[in-house]
Design a protein around this ligand. Structure first.
Ligand SMILES: Cc1cc2nc3c(=O)[nH]c(=O)nc-3n(C[C@H](O)[C@H](O)[C@H](O)COP(=O)(O)O)c2cc1C
Length: 351
């Protein structure tokens, strides 16, 4: 008999700590959100299977059993269409900036799904309670393996058609990501223009189209937002940006500084850093490179990596990713448990 998959309705606090790859998500952040009664998510993108396995063991060693892990679904080799000339032109455009930082732009990487396969195998083996997929659908066999392990399969979508496709693929939970969200938009194709329907309209449309549990995310800034999204059909509400400046997050110093600097207040959607559209605070890197960036993920992410790292080492907010959603003005540096507890206390006051 297959094990019973966990339910969002069993959470004492229906607040999810969004996975935030590239530094912000740490074991401490996951433990703090889950410890507050919510659901913390590990980010596995850009990490090795063994590093992910270590995080999972470390969480379990400290008594955290209720948590999720997120993976970025790569294109299948047949679907991976990249204009290598455009990527080469972007590489050339990055060169002067790299030289000024004392680094070189890497060669354009070959496409591979090896890291993804390795991480999914680790998540199946560890029977992680919630496993979420971003940028596409997992294979039928991966869904079946996760279900055999007792995991709840979560798929992040940005429109109603993708929500239906997610449920057809076996999703137990659809994560509805609105255009207000910080970080990457989870369109299923790197070439897609991300939909702009606000979360408060997208969520009820998805609720009407599919009959599974829903997580809603994007621009959440207050308990009133949480209450409204629960009223619109979400079973839990996820926050990313609100956790970025908590002490438990691994957010870079430059990113934290920008979050608290009125000079960096507007958020923009850009492919400049990674080749996929992502929302972050407007900075010089975005302004200089946005119009030149072709749709090519993870190629552009690899090319910009050393530049971003060098800028982070110099504590320069104009050269790093400053992912943030439209609710960024509500960020505080309170501990994650305080942020989650306050949001839920306010939300209950509104229901
Ligand atoms: C710094 C940062 C990193 C993110 N990394 C991921 C990720 O690794 N996987 C993912 O599915 N979503 C990622 N997201 C998007 C979140 O899952 C979520 O949809 C978003 O944070 C919600 O919007 P909010 O930031 O306005 O709360 C990231 C968001 C941020 C701000």
């Amino acid at each position: 008999m297959s094990p019973v998959t966990p339910k969002l309705t069993d959470l004492t606090v229906p607040v999810v700590g969004a996975p935030m790859a590239g530094g912000p998500s740490t074991d401490d952040l996951v433990a703090a959100v889950s410890g507050a009664g919510g659901l913390g998510f590990l980010a596995t993108a850009y990490r090795s299977g063994s590093a992910v396995a270590q995080s999972i063991s470390a969480l379990r060693d400290r008594g955290v059993d209720r948590f999720g892990a997120n993976v970025f679904v790569p294109d299948s080799p047949a679907d991976h269409v990249v204009d290598r000339d455009a990527v080469q032109a972007y590489r050339d455009a990055l060169a002067p900036r790299a030289a000024a930082l004392g680094v070189t732009v890497p060669e354009i990487p070959e496409h591979s799904t090896d890291a993804y396969d390795e991480v999914v195998a680790v998540l199946v083996e560890a029977a992680v309670p919630w496993v979420s997929f971003t940028f596409g659908l997992p294979s039928d066999s991966d869904v079946a393996a996760l279900h055999r392990a007792g995991s709840s399969v979560v798929i992040t979508v940005t429109d109603v058609d993708d929500a239906r496709a997610a449920v057809d693929r076996g999703a137990d939970v659809v994560w509805v990501q609105g255009p207000e969200a910080g970080g990457h938009r989870s369109t299923f194709s790197v070439h897609a223009t991300p939909p702009t329907t606000p979360l408060v309209e997208l969520l009820p449309a998805v609720r009407a189209a599919v009959d599974v549990e829903l997580i809603a995310s994007g621009g959440v800034a207050s308990g009133a937002d949480v209450a409204r999204l629960l009223d619109l059909g979400a079973n839990a509400v996820a926050i990313g940006t609100l956790l970025l400046d908590t002490p438990e997050a691994g957010t870079s110093g430059a990113h934290r500084r920008a979050l608290n600097d009125p000079a960096f207040s507007e958020t923009v959607l850009t492919r400049a850093f990674s080749g996929r559209p992502a929302r972050g605070l407007d900075n010089a890197f975005h302004r200089d490179l946005h119009v030149l960036a072709p749709p090519a993920f993870p190629e552009l992410n690899t090319l910009t990596g050393p530049l971003r790292k060098a800028a982070a080492a110099q504590d320069d907010p104009d050269g790093v990713t400053l992912w943030a959603g439209t609710g960024v003005a509500a960020v505080t540096d309170d501990p994650a448990a305080t942020v989650v507890g306050r949001l839920w206390a306010q939300a209950r006051g509104h229901r």
